[in-house]
Design a binder for this molecule. Sequence first.
Ligand code: ADP
Ligand code: MG
Length: 322
Amino acid sequence: MALAGEFDIIARYFAPLAAGHAGAFGLSDDAAVVRPAEGCEIVVTNDALVEGVHYLGGDPPGDIARKALRVNLSDLAAMGAVPRFYNLALALSPAVDEDWLAGFAAGLGEDQGRYGLCLIGGDTVSTPGPVMIAITAMGEVPAGRALRRGGARDGDRIFVSGTIGDAGAGLGILAGKIAVGDADRARLVERYRVPSPRTALGPALVGLAHAAIDVSDGLLADLAHICEVSGRGATIEAAAMPVSETVGRCTGYGLADALSAGDDYELLFTVPRDRADEVHALADRVGVPVAEIGGIEPERGVRLVGKDGDLVEIERTGFRHF
Ligand code: ADP
Ligand code: MG
């Protein structure tokens, strides 16, 4: 690569990001040492981004870094884990220069502060192909209490955080398929480029939620995952869906699109009916809006009740009509 050598890159850009954890040894040893807090265990997840697939080569490197980290933090949140550490594997192409690396490391540094975690190791290689960024994130959860997809029970109420479909609209705007005003455009594209993982909400749901997942494939698909693993079904209400006013102003993008679009990184979770009231108090406490969208039932499959009260037919990968 047209860059300083591997060891210079590590020392210059990445070792400073590892200063917060003694067991990272300043990235000067073969591996790092971690220990969970007393009574906790470590939740581990990995997500990779590929240039040209998950982001575009010309995107700001700081945004790419934050997205690479945040998609992992969303998985930790879905498990109820508090972020602690991450590893970074980078395959750098000849197109990567010092400016790109500096912007990339700055993006990571900013998010380390925001989310309270620390780089502890990784690998740096060169590739003739597109850049690849793989992050392994580690978080802490009280032992045996991690939130799982399979815990939904009959009568559970279903909740989702934030708003649904913003990122999908952002992607549609970038692809030239959706028309919208300039201010809305900026907001939606930002939601697509840099997600906001619900790292405060996830751990707060430990001991309350029966099941949880982060919305990365689209609300309908991810609810279907919860239902399948839990051996249950669900009915949700179109009128209760938290769709932003911004998305409402998009031409060529409706509720059906919002519910089957990916990349929102909101949390979708179920709570026993008699504790549903606690969710709203908790949402206020962590400062994340949460909407109650339906309930878990014995009958398998996901059913959507339209705004007119009639059932809407849902195909596995999206909608037939709306
Ligand atoms: P080895 O060849 O023994 O596996 P490396 O030379 O790949 O070791 O890495 C040396 C040290 O630098 C290790 O502690 C490794 O975790 C760290 N490291 C390498 N690349 C990165 C990176 N991109 N981010 C963070 N740490 C890294
Ligand atoms: Mg080694």
